[in-house]
Design a protein around this ligand. Structure first.
Ligand code: ATP
Ligand code: LTN
Length: 337
């Protein structure tokens, strides 16, 4: 049996290098790698599904026209980054209403204290005091529904999503013990160096689309001039050396970005900058980022909206069929007539 992979990104802002290095890059690698060569081995290969999770995005207010536009942009980003619709299924969450239906059912077996412990909820509600809505609170339950609906084995995400994947595992086990074996218990899949790309303006906080300052992140659509400026302005640690250590979080973060984009090891980068200073390192890093983003942007700009819509429509049909079959079994298990 192939291993099912499921992941998603919210169309809630411009995607940044953290989203790419923490999530999308590993999606592309998993899509290309036959499972027998991967660390989570399975002779049957991988069967990936990548979703644009618009119902999650609306837990924070979105302007309708912008949401439509961003949904299309996120799907286009998947394609330009190398997700191949011949190998992976791409679709929009709200196109398959079973996600919301399963989320409702899972809500009835989720305990309020479990949701109160969620770091993302605490973080988002402190940033958004005027709109702490019930959707934001039960956000992890909808995410569990996304994952469990497709019998997912592996969930490739950044480190910040581990707690949510754990919630999905808890709900799968709980449902299985209440209503007999129904769901696969999924596992997270994390890339070590990319798991947490930090803000360029503050290496203690993760790079985030909802950051207040644009100097926090490098957007995948930033121009070469903007990228050079942002990297030049990024905060550095005290000292001058290019060192990879926990007590130099800013430079460690920049080395991680360099290493991941250059397919090198942090150690190799450190060695090649022996005796050189931050300025030279940053200058080179900016060129590595520009060198990566230029071809990405060219691809992105050449994909027509019409083509994206066609791919999403195909994805909708395939996902809907899987979701309908699974939902039939779930309704039966819990006794819906
Ligand atoms: P927001 O800041 O609005 O919460 P976000 O930038 O965290 O958004 P998400 O849509 O929540 O983006 O995340 C999409 C994927 O990117 C998830 O798998 C998440 O773990 C990953 N990701 C997001 N930010 C980072 C980061 N700084 N480093 C590594 N991975 C990240
Ligand atoms: N909660 C995730 C996005 C997300 C997701 C998912 C990721 C929604 N559903 C299913 C993996 C699997 C986030 O905020 N990054």
């Amino acid at each position: 049996m192939p291993k099912r992979i499921f992941s998603g990104i919210q169309p809630s802002g411009v995607l940044h290098l953290g989203n790419y290095l923490g999530a999308i890059k590993s999606w592309v690698a998993l899509q290309e790698k036959p499972a027998r060569n991967a660390s989570h081995s399975d002779a049957g290969g991988y069967d990936p599904i990548f979703c644009v999770v618009d119902l999650h995005a609306i837990t924070v207010h979105q302007k309708p026209d912008e949401l439509r536009q961003k949904t299309l942009e996120v799907a286009k980003t998947y394609l330009a980054a190398g997700i191949d619709p011949e190998k992976s299924l791409i679709f929009v969450q709200s196109h398959v209403p079973e996600h919301a239906e399963l989320a409702w059912i899972l809500n009835t077996i989720t305990k309020i204290p479990e949701l109160e412990r969620m770091i993302q909820f605490k973080d988002k509600s402190s940033k958004n005091r005027q709109n702490i809505n019930a959707g934001l609170f039960s956000y992890p339950v909808l995410m569990a529904a996304d994952i469990l609906l497709y019998d997912t084995n592996l969930v490739p995400v950044g480190e910040d999503q581990l707690q949510h994947v754990e919630m999905a595992r808890t709900l799968a086990r709980r449902f299985n013990s209440l209503f007999r074996e129904t769901f696969v218990v999924p596992e997270p899949f994390i890339v070590k160096e990319g798991m947490r790309i930090m803000g360029l303006d503050d290496p203690k906080k993760k790079m985030s689309k909802s950051a207040l300052s644009e100097y926090n992140y490098i957007s995948l659509t930033d121009t070469p001039e903007k990228i050079r400026e942002k990297i030049k302005k990024s905060v550095t640690d005290s000292g001058k050396e290019i060192k990879y250590s926990a007590d130099k979080p800013a430079i460690k973060n920049l080395i991680n970005i360099y290493a991941l984009l250059d397919n090198a090891k942090p150690k190799e980068i450190v060695e090649s900058y022996q005796g050189k200073g931050y300025a030279e390192f940053k200058k080179d890093l900016a060129e590595v980022v520009v060198g990566f983003l230029e071809p990405f942007q060219e691809k992105y700009n050449n994909i027509e909206d019409r083509e994206v819509l066609r791919i999403l429509e195909e994805g909708r049909e395939k996902a809907k069929k899987m979701a309908e079959e699974k939902m039939e079994k779930i309704r039966e298990k819990i006794g819906l007539l």
